[in-house]
Design a protein around this ligand. Structure first.
Ligand code: FES
Length: 156
């Protein structure tokens, strides 16, 4: 019976796969983000840890932030992708009602004080919305394939 051996990638191999800061990451079609409509949720790595981000269109512009309240680090949306208040004027945290200016993420009311939402850089071009990695916010890497060898004497 053949013996199988799995080999995980080394740290340097994983690092080589990490996209550079400033690299564009396609997000969605421009038409997917309607004015003050449902946000597009996407997964990122924030300081190396899994986090959720969101992009929405407000006042014609696409803006994106980490989905994390400045009061307590919990997700903001009251339903998945629903961030704006009833009047579609403010981003509101569903937990304690902190209100944020959609255009720049600054706190305008509630228990978030002088804090801001953490912005994710986005751009819209040729009918497509992309977000941009930074030193703090990186894409989630695709699954790393495991090397499999049936010969225990030869490296994969
Ligand atoms: S957790 Fe958002 S206002 Fe308290």
């Amino acid at each position: 019976m053949p013996e199988f051996r799995l080999t995980l990638p080394t740290a340097s191999q994983a690092q080589a796969r990490a996209p550079a800061a400033g690299q564009a990451e396609p997000l969605c079609a421009s038409t997917d983000l309607v004015e003050c409509g449902q946000a597009k949720l996407f997964d990122v790595l924030l300081w190396g840890q899994p986090a959720r981000a969101f992009a929405l269109r407000f006042d014609g512009q696409v803006v994106a932030y980490i989905n994390r309240c400045a009061h307590v680090p919990v997700e903001l949306d009251w339903q998945p992708g629903e961030f704006l208040d009833h009047d579609k004027r403010w981003i509101v945290c569903a937990v304690h009602g902190a209100s944020y200016e959609p255009a720049d993420g600054r706190c305008v009311g509630g228990p978030c004080g002088r804090s801001k939402l953490l912005r994710v850089n986005v751009a819209e071009q040729a009918g497509w919305v992309s977000w941009y990695a930074s030193n703090d916010i990186r894409p989630v890497l695709p699954a790393v394939p495991l090397a499999v060898s049936s010969d225990p004497e030869s490296p994969p």
